[in-house]
Ligand binder design. Structure first.
Ligand SMILES: [Zn+2]
Length: 608
């Protein structure tokens, strides 16, 4: 068992006592609240100005440009008006005054979107050919070409007025399965108590469950936590299945009503992603599960457990509690991105010295980590840095998002300055990959090397393989509905069991509760067909990182162009320009090869 080091409380939890250089400087957004107030007011009057433009688009190219430009002006201001109170609120969420201002902005945003609602139908009533002629003849309008054509593309599945009215009435029902899922799994859930081998009594909530699995070296404790939690899901399993049936039926209703061939096609249409991307992802991954199995066989052996089960996945192979001082790791993170060039490194340093980051936790501060893209200023990053290795990687991850934001905000006109989720996790993942290589190269501590390798491997198994398996499950379940087949708890459990077998083979043992873990995955109920994007981002990043680390400058330049391209094209096209084709198996195979390599390196570290 790890001995808790005598950690003197060097850092106060009071925000006032934390040195300024560890806190973000929101003064870059507005100098003070009265300046914010002015910004808020000009947004308010702008909303009225925009609403007054209704009915003007038929006036031609100049009128259309006028509407676009005002919308952009308001959009830019909206970032700063929103983030000033919002980031301040996250510093201390107990602050009611700031919270009230934040909510005030949310209300204003609802008015903004209402004031803008005339635009799409009015534009779409004009034939695309007419608008194309306007763009050909009027240069200032040309920058909006992609945005305009994308709007018309999405029009294909928009119904007539009566149809849209019916859909909007039905949308009130759409949230019911997910709302009920949360009520059942959280609000109404009775979490069981268990007694651990140490004699402690703990209540197994989901958060506690994860913590127990990641820290309890005694396998029977992990097993007890797993059994207790999953027994509660089992007790309501038919209800969970019925709710999931509701999710699939809703998706199929939506897809058919709007004229899509399948639920998958409907889900991917927004970003113009072909369904073959998900199909290829699943197929190629299924054919490449051997390194995943090898890793789990290695874990089984290293842990020396009589049976190796899914509740053994997150226990670290070695005990490791090295601390990483924040100011010490900043240089590493900058040096790690050397393959991306000195300019990239210099921009990154600016963020570290320019007080973009809120580093340490304090009472009332929002948990977790994020990078906030404050247009017109610079990105801001919230951390809760506690000197662990995971925190170092989180910093590198958020820095990857921030660099993406900086480069795309600088290079793109406002209309294309933000990027889609489909691309967003590429730079954050790549940033982590570069840091890992950098740290592995210089680490001489065998335990640290094992932990680094395990960190990288767990990223692949968790962010890639698990998410692909989830996508596989969603696709199978939705296809049952599309083929008029029933969905029951037995059917879902059978699907899940067969997936576990297809991915893990005999490398992992099962128990009577393993097959019902589908009921525990909130993504299935809240955001169907979403998680595959983590896997495609991961694959793209793996592919690019490999070439960049090999010193391929052409790939590096294409990658930096990808970051600079913001949202100026469909994400698949953006990635293709960077040399990543997600419709081809080799991109997905890059992850499988990477895992294979990492497992081999881990094997060597464990048995030198
Ligand atoms: Zn991220």
């Amino acid at each position: 068992m790890p001995v808790t080091p005598e950690a003197p409380q060097t850092r106060s939890r009071r925000r006032d006592d934390i040195a300024e250089r560890f806190k973000w400087n929101l003064g870059d957004i507005f100098p003070d609240w009265s300046a914010w107030e002015e910004g808020y007011k000009s947004l308010e009057t702008g909303i009225e100005r925009y609403a007054a433009l209704k009915g003007t688009l038929r006036g031609g190219a100049a009128s259309l440009l006028n509407a676009f430009r005002l919308s952009e002006e308001l959009g830019q201001l909206a970032y700063r008006v929103w983030y000033y109170p919002s980031l301040q609120y996250d510093e201390d969420q107990r602050d009611n005054t700031v919270n009230a201002k934040r909510q005030q902005v949310q209300i204003l945003f609802a008015r903004l979107s209402q004031a803008e609602s005339w635009f799409n139908p009015e534009l779409l009533a004009i034939p695309l050919e007419t608008v194309r002629t306007w763009m050909d003849q009027y240069e200032p309008l040309r920058v909006y070409r992609f945005a305009i054509e994308n709007l018309y593309r999405q029009q294909e599945h928009v119904l007539d007025e009566a149809g849209e009215k019916l859909m909007s009435l039905a949308s009130r029902l759409a949230a019911a399965p997910n709302d009920s899922y949360w009520a059942l799994s959280t609000a109404d859930a009775k979490f069981p108590s268990i007694t651990l081998s140490t004699g402690e009594h703990v209540t197994v909530s989901y958060g506690q469950y994860r913590a127990l699995l990641a820290t309890r070296r005694q396998q029977s404790d992990r097993e007890a936590a797993f059994t207790a939690l999953h027994d509660t899901y089992k007790a309501a399993l038919n209800t969970y299945a019925s709710l999931y049936n509701g999710v699939c039926q809703r998706d199929w209703f939506h897809a058919r009503a709007r004229g899509y061939e399948s639920t998958l096609e409907a889900a991917l249409h927004g970003d113009n992603i072909p369904t073959s991307v998900v199909e290829n992802l699943i197929e190629t991954t299924r054919a490449g599960v051997e390194p995943l199995r090898r890793y789990h066989r290695l874990r089984r052996k290293a842990l020396g457990v009589p049976t190796y089960q899914i509740y053994d996945f997150s226990i670290p192979l070695v005990t490791f509690d090295k601390k990483y001082e924040y100011e010490e790791v900043l240089d590493w993170i900058v040096e790690a991105v050397a393959p991306l060039g000195p300019q990239y490194q210099a921009r990154m340093r600016e963020g570290f010295t320019g007080r973009w980051i809120d580093v340490y936790e304090n009472e009332g501060k929002r948990s977790g980590a994020y990078s906030a893209p404050v247009y017109g200023t610079h990105p801001y990053m919230l951390l809760n840095y506690t000197d662990t290795l995971d925190d170092v990687f989180t910093l590198a991850h958020e820095m990857g998002h921030s660099m993406h934001t900086i480069l795309s905000h600088e290079a793109q006109p406002f209309v294309y300055s933000s990027y889609t989720i489909f691309v967003a996790e590429v730079p954050s993942t790549l940033s982590e990959a570069l840091l890992l290589e950098y740290m592995l190269k210089r680490s001489t501590d065998p335990a640290e090397r094992i932990v680094l390798l395990q960190h990288a491997i767990d990223n692949i198994t968790g962010t890639f393989f698990t998410q692909v398996m989830f996508a596989d499950y969603e696709l199978r379940a939705h296809r049952l509905i599309e083929r008029d087949q029933p969905i029951t708890s037995d059917i879902l459990t059978d699907i899940y069991k067969s997936l576990l077998h297809d991915y893990y083979g005999d490398a992992v043992d099962t128990n009577p509760l393993t097959g019902i873990t589908w009921a525990r995955i909130p993504h299935f109920f809240s955001t169907p067909y979403y998680v595959y994007q983590y896997a495609t981002c991961f694959a793209s990043a793996a592919r690019l990182a490999r070439e960049i680390m090999q010193g391929n400058t052409a790939t590096r330049d294409r990658y930096l162009d990808l970051l600079r391209s913001g949202g100026n094209d469909y994400p698949m096209e953006q990635l293709k320009k960077a040399g990543v084709d997600l419709s081809q198996p080799d991109t997905v195979r890059a992850v499988i090869d990477q895992l294979d390599d990492l497992v081999t390196r881990l094997e060597t570290e464990l048995h030198p």
